[in-house]
Design a binder for this molecule. Structure first.
Ligand SMILES: Cc1cc2nc3c(=O)[nH]c(=O)nc-3n(C[C@H](O)[C@H](O)[C@H](O)COP(=O)(O)OP(=O)(O)OC[C@H]3O[C@@H](n4cnc5c(N)ncnc54)[C@H](O)[C@@H]3O)c2cc1C
Length: 419
C-alpha cells in the first residue's frame, strides 16, 4: 500500500485551494486525486465571467479562475493523478482508487480532505409526467455541451429552476441563438444571485415565472412543448392555470446535491439539511483526520468562498498531520433557530481562540432583518441585514471573545425588525 501525508479527493477549486493551504502550512507529501481528465472541476465549463471578484478583485471566467490555482499547484510541484476515481474511504483513512495505468490501488493517508463537489438533481427526482423524448437535459449537461463541445442542444427552450446555473444557461442559450421562452420557478422568489437575475434574464427580456412549475412534458421522440401551471403556497399546481408552451428543449436546474457517497459509506456524520458532513470550525468531520470543504460540504453561491474555506481545511489538515492540533477540550454544537435553514460549521472547539466565520442560509426572502446569536435570553451578537434571500449565502464573524462564551444553548436566528 502507498503512503502519503495528505490525500485530497477532487481537483476542483476546493481541492486545489486545500492543497495550497496544506502545502504552505508545511505539508509537502500530498496526492490529489481527480476523476476527470483535467484539474479545475466544474469551473472548466463555466466560461462566463463573474468569478473571483472577492478573491482577486477582478472578474474572471471559470477556467481563468481555475487556472490561477493550477499554476500555483504546478509551481509547488504538488502531485496529482488525473482520470483517477476514488472508490472508497475507510474511517482509518485508507483511500481506494482506480485508474487505467495503476488499476485499483490504495493509499494510507495521515489526513484526507473531501473535495468532491456536488451534482445536479435530475428530472427523475421530480416525477413530472410525460414520455422520455429527446431534448431533456440538466442545465449542467447543456452547459457542458454548449461551452465544452460546441453543440447547441435546442432552439426553443424552457428552463425549470431559477438557481444560478438555470439563470446562467438562460443567457448562454440566448447568446448562442436559441429562444428561451421562460424560466419557471416553483418558489415565489428566485434561488439565484440577484446579479444573475438582472444580467441573465432582465437584460435579455427572458420571462421569469415565479410560483410556476412544469406539470407535463409533451412529445414522443422529441420534446414539442410543456404545460406550465401556477402553484399554490404549498407548491401544488392550481387547477385551470395550465398553459402550453411550445419548445424543443427543457433544461432542469432544480438543485445541487453534495457528492457524499464516499463520506456516507465511511460512516461520517452528515447534516440532513446541507447533505454535507457535519464539521468543526477547522472543517474536520466527525472522523479524526478527515476534513471536508467546498460544495461537498454545502453548496456555495460563490467560488471565492469555496477557495477560502478549502484553504482553511488544508491548513487544518496540516496542523493535524504535524500534531499541532489538539482535539481535546470542550466542543459546542450551535443550533439554528427561526429563519435559518442551515449553518456551517455546525460545531466548534470553544477554546480555539480564533475568530469564527459562520456561514448560513435563510429560509425566506426578507428585508430589514436582524441576525441574532443568543444564549438563552442573553444576546451575544446581532447584525442588521437590509435584505436576505435563500439564494445568497450569508455569514457572520464572531470575535474570539464571543467564541469563548459559546455554549450548547446558543441559537442563531433571524428576527424581523419593526418598520
Ligand atoms: C453544473 C454546475 C454549474 C455551475 N456553475 C457555476 C457558475 O456558473 N458560477 C459559480 O460561481 N458556481 C457554479 N457552480 C458551482 C461550482 O460548482 C462551485 O462554485 C465550485 O466549482 C465548487 O468547487 P468544488 O471544488 O467544491 O466542486 P467541483 O468544481 O464540482 O469539483 C469537484 C471535483 O471533484 C471530482 N470528484 C468527485 N468525486 C470524485 C471521486 N470519487 N474521485 C475523484 N474525483 C472526484 C470531480 O470530478 C470534480 O472535478 C456550478 C456547479 C455545477 C454542478
Amino acid at each position: 500500500m502507498k503512503k502519503a501525508d495528505l490525500v485530497i479527493i477532487g481537483g476542483g477549486p476546493a481541492g486545489l485551494a486545500a492543497a495550497l493551504g496544506a502545502y504552505d502550512a508545511g505539508i509537502k507529501d500530498i496526492i490529489l486525486l481527480e476523476r476527470d481528465g483535467k484539474l479545475g472541476g466544474i469551473l472548466n465549463q463555466c466560461i462566463h465571467n463573474g468569478f473571483g471578484l472577492h478573491r482577486f478583485g477582478e472578474e474572471l471566467t471559470g477556467p481563468e479562475y481555475a487556472w490561477k490555482y493550477q499554476q500555483e499547484i504546478f509551481k509547488r510541484n504538488i502531485s496529482f493523478l488525473l482520470d483517477t476515481m476514488v472508490l472508497n474511504l475507510s474511517p482509518d483513512r485508507i483511500v481506494t482508487a482506480v485508474n487505467s495505468s495503476d488499476g485499483v490501488f490504495q493509499i494510507q493517508a495521515k489526513a484526507v480532505i473531501l473535495a468532491m463537489g456536488c451534482r445536479e438533481r435530475s428530472r427523475g427526482a421530480l416525477n413530472i409526467p410525460g414520455m422520455r423524448p429527446a431534448g431533456i437535459y440538466s442545465a449542467g449537461t447543456a452547459q457542458k455541451l454548449v461551452n465544452g463541445k460546441g453543440y447547441l442542444p435546442g432552439k426553443k427552450v424552457v428552463i425549470l429552476g431559477s438557481g444560478d446555473i438555470g439563470l446562467i444557461m438562460a443567457r448562454r442559450m440566448t447568446l448562442e441563438g436559441a429562444q428561451v421562452k421562460a424560466v419557471c420557478e416553483i418558489m415565489p422568489y428566485s434561488g439565484g444571485l440577484n446579479r444573475n437575475i438582472v444580467q441573465c434574464l432582465e437584460d435579455f427580456q427572458i420571462p421569469l415565472k415565479l410560483s410556476h412549475t412544469i406539470t407535463q412534458i409533451h412529445g414522443k421522440d422529441r420534446v414539442c412543448g410543456v404545460t406550465v401551471a401556477k402553484v399554490n403556497r404549498s407548491g401544488k399546481p392550481i387547477q385551470g392555470t395550465g398553459e402550453f408552451i411550445e419548445c424543443d428543449t427543457v433544461l432542469f436546474s432544480v438543485g445541487l446535491i453534495p457528492e457524499n457517497e464516499l463520506a456516507k459509506e465511511a460512516g461520517i456524520r452528515l447534516d440532513p439539511v446541507t447533505g454535507g458532513a457535519e464539521v468543526f470550525e477547522n472543517r474536520e468531520t466527525s472522523f479524526k483526520g478527515i476534513f471536508a470543504c467546498g460544495n461537498v460540504l454545502h453548496v456555495h453561491d460563490l467560488v471565492d468562498y469555496v477557495s477560502e474555506e478549502a484553504e482553511l481545511a488544508g491548513r487544518s489538515a496540516a496542523k493535524f498531520i504535524l500534531e499541532k492540533w489538539k482535539r481535546d477540550g470542550e466542543t459546542v454544537t450551535l443550533k439554528r433557530g427561526e429563519g435559518i435553514r442551515y449553518l456551517v460549521p455546525q460545531k466548534l472547539h470553544r477554546e480555539s481562540h480564533e475568530a469564527l466565520k459562520l456561514y448560513f442560509r435563510v429560509t425566506d426572502v426578507k428585508r430589514n432583518v436582524e441576525i441574532v446569536l443568543r444564549d438563552g435570553k442573553s444576546l451575544l451578537y446581532s447584525k442588521r441585514h437590509p435584505k436576505v434571500a435563500p439564494g445568497e449565502m450569508e455569514y457572520v464573524i464572531l470575535t474570539p471573545e464571543i467564541v469563548s462564551r459559546l455554549t450548547n444553548n446558543c441559537v442563531l436566528e433571524m428576527r424581523e425588525k419593526e418598520q
